[in-house]
Design a protein around this ligand. Structure first.
Ligand SMILES: [Zn+2]
Length: 469
C-alpha cells in the first residue's frame, strides 16, 4: 500500500510518488509576522505538521520549509502604529510564532527563510522573467504579464474571464491586463526599500515564495501546501512565476487545507470573532486545540465552537487516561506476568489496529479515522484491564502503540522529566501571578490545564508543591 494525496492541481486523489526516491520537499506558506497568528492559521500549521510527521514515519526523508513574510504593507502599517521598525516588529512576532506553535505541538520547520534575506534572488528572478517577456516595468513598478504564461488559471480551475472580473474590482490603469500582478513595488516616501535595476523598492508578496521554495528544495517541489484562501491568487501566481522562469512543473502535489469557521461564521476582525492562539492559550490547554483540529479530515471545513472543543477535551482525556494508566501499571507489573492465550489475542489485535491506522493515514492523511482507531484501542484496553490477571507484555505493547501512533499525531509523548518540571513550575508561577491580580478565570484555567496533564497541586507551608496524579 502507498500514500495517496488529493492534489488541488488535478482535483484527484493520486498515488504519492516523490520526484526523487524517498526524498520529499515540502514548502508551506508561512505567516506574515505583523501580529499573533489566529486560530485559522493554527489549523494550517497543525495539519501540515502532522503530514510532515506521517511521511517521515513512513520512511520518507522529509525537508520542510516554511517562510516568514517580514516585509509587506501590513508590516509597514503595523510598525508605524507601534512606533518601531519593520525588523523589530518581525523579530517580536517571529519569537511569538515559535512560542505559540510549540504550545500547539508543532515542530519548527527545517528551514524558516525570511523574505528580507532573499531580496537579491528575487531581483534575479524578476530579471529572468523580464528577459523572457513575462514581466514589464511601469515607472519603477514591475508586473508579471499573465497572458504570457499559457497555463495561468490551471491551479484555481476557474475560467480566466471569471478570474478577470474578480480582478477588475481594483483595476490599475497601468497594467496591461487586469490579472497582471506586481513583482516589484516602487518605494513610497518613508518605506523600507532595497536597490534594484528598476530603482529603490521592495518585492511583491508572491515572488518571495517562488524564490525561497526553489532555493531550499529545487525547481520542482514534491508538495506545496497552504490554506484554502491561498489557491488564488497567491499560489496561481507563484506557479506562473516559477514555471514561467524554469519551464518545469513548480510542484508535483498541491495540498490545501479546508476553511475554519467560528460558531458557523467566517472569522473576521469586523465580526468581532477574531481569535489568536495567544489568547486561546490562556483559556484552554493547547493540546486540546490540536486534538480538535485533527478530529476532522484536513480538507473538510471545520467549525470552532465551545461545544466542539468540549468534545475534543473529553476525547483527548479518554485517550490520555488510558496512556497514564498503562504507564502506571507498567511500573507495578512484575516482569513476565500473564503470558496467556488471551495475551496473544490482544497482541494480534494491536497489530491489526496499527494496520488500520496506516490505512487511514495513507488515504490522504485521514486523521479523523486515525483517531477512531486509537479510540477503539482505548475501549478494548479498558475492558482488558478489568481482567484479574493482565499481561505485562500486553500493557507494554499497548503503551508502545499509543506512543508510536501518538508521535505521528503529536500526542502522548513521555515528557522528559526536566521538561515537565520546568513547564509545571512556570504554569504554577503564572497561576500565582493571576491569583494575585484576582484574575480567577486565568488561575482556574491553569489549574484545569495542570489537571489534564495529570498534575495535582498541594498547598504546603513551604508554598505550592505538585505531584503526579
Ligand atoms: Zn507562498
Amino acid at each position: 500500500m502507498s500514500v495517496r494525496v488529493f492534489n488541488t492541481l488535478t482535483r484527484k486523489k493520486e498515488e504519492f510518488v516523490p520526484v526523487e526516491g524517498k526524498k520529499v520537499g515540502i514548502y508551506a506558506c508561512g505567516p506574515t509576522v505583523y501580529d499573533y497568528f489566529h486560530i485559522g492559521n493554527a489549523r494550517i500549521f497543525i495539519v501540515f505538521d502532522v503530514i510532515r510527521r506521517y511521511l517521515r514515519w513512513r520512511g520518507y526523508d522529509v525537508t520542510f520549509v516554511q517562510n516568514f513574510t517580514d516585509i509587506d504593507d501590513k508590516m509597514i502599517k503595523r510598525a508605524n502604529e507601534l512606533g518601531i521598525t519593520v525588523p523589530e516588529l518581525a523579530e517580536r512576532y517571529i519569537e511569538a510564532y515559535f512560542e505559540d506553535v510549540e504550545a500547539l505541538g508543532v515542530e519548527p520547520a527545517d528551514v524558516h527563510p525570511k523574505a528580507t534575506e532573499h531580496i537579491e534572488e528575487m531581483v534575479e528572478l524578476i530579471q529572468k522573467l523580464e528577459a523572457k517577456g513575462m514581466a514589464y516595468e511601469v515607472d519603477g513598478d514591475v508586473y508579471f504579464h499573465t497572458p504570457a504564461f499559457d497555463n495561468y488559471g490551471e491551479l484555481s480551475h476557474q475560467p480566466l474571464d471569471e478570474l478577470e472580473s474578480g480582478a477588475r474590482v481594483d483595476v490599475d490603469e497601468r497594467k496591461k491586463h487586469p490579472l497582471d500582478f506586481v513583482l516589484w513595488k516602487k518605494q513610497k516616501p518613508g518605506e523600507p526599500a532595497w536597490e534594484s535595476p528598476w530603482g529603490k523598492g521592495r518585492p511583491g508578496w508572491h515572488i518571495e515564495c517562488s524564490v525561497m521554495s526553489s532555493k531550499y528544495l529545487g525547481d520542482t517541489l514534491d508538495i506545496h501546501a497552504g490554506g484554502p484562501d491561498l489557491i488564488f491568487p497567491h499560489h496561481e501566481n507563484e506557479k506562473a512565476q516559477s514555471e514561467g522562469a524554469t519551464g518545469k512543473p513548480f510542484a508535483k502535489y498541491w495540498l490545501h487545507a479546508g476553511y475554519l469557521n467560528i460558531n458557523q461564521e467566517k472569522m473576521s476582525k469586523s465580526l468581532g470573532n477574531f481569535m489568536t492562539v495567544r489568547e486561546i492559550r490562556k483559556q484552554i490547554n493547547p493540546e486540546i486545540v490540536r486534538f480538535f483540529m485533527l478530529s476532522a479530515h484536513y480538507r473538510n471545513p471545520i467549525n470552532y465552537s465551545p461545544d466542539l472543543l468540549e468534545q475534543a477535551k473529553s476525547g483527548l482525556d479518554r485517550l490520555s487516561n488510558v496512556v497514564y494508566n498503562l504507564r502506571d501499571l507498567l511500573e507495578k507489573l512484575p516482569e513476565g506476568q500473564g503470558d496467556s492465550a488471551d495475551a496473544k489475542e490482544r497482541l494480534a489485535a494491536l497489530e491489526a489496529h496499527r494496520g488500520r491506522f496506516v490505512e487511514a493515514m495513507d488515504d490522504d492523511f485521514n486523521t479523523a479515522d486515525g483517531l477512531a482507531v486509537l479510540f477503539d484501542v482505548a475501549r478494548e484496553t479498558n475492558a482488558y484491564l478489568k481482567n484479574a490477571q493482565v499481561s505485562r507484555q500486553v500493557v507494554e505493547q499497548t503503551l508502545a502503540l499509543f506512543e508510536e501512533l501518538g508521535s505521528v499525531l503529536g500526542f502522548f509523548q513521555k515528557q522528559d522529566d526536566e521538561d515537565l518540571d520546568a513547564t509545571v513550575n512556570e504554569m504554577i508561577e503564572k497561576r500565582q501571578a493571576a491569583r494575585k491580580e484576582k484574575d480567577w478565570a486565568t488561575a482556574d484555567a491553569i489549574r484545569d490545564q495542570l489537571q489534564a496533564m495529570g498534575i495535582v497541586l498541594e498547598d504546603t507551608p513551604q508554598g505550592i508543591r505538585w505531584r503526579r496524579k
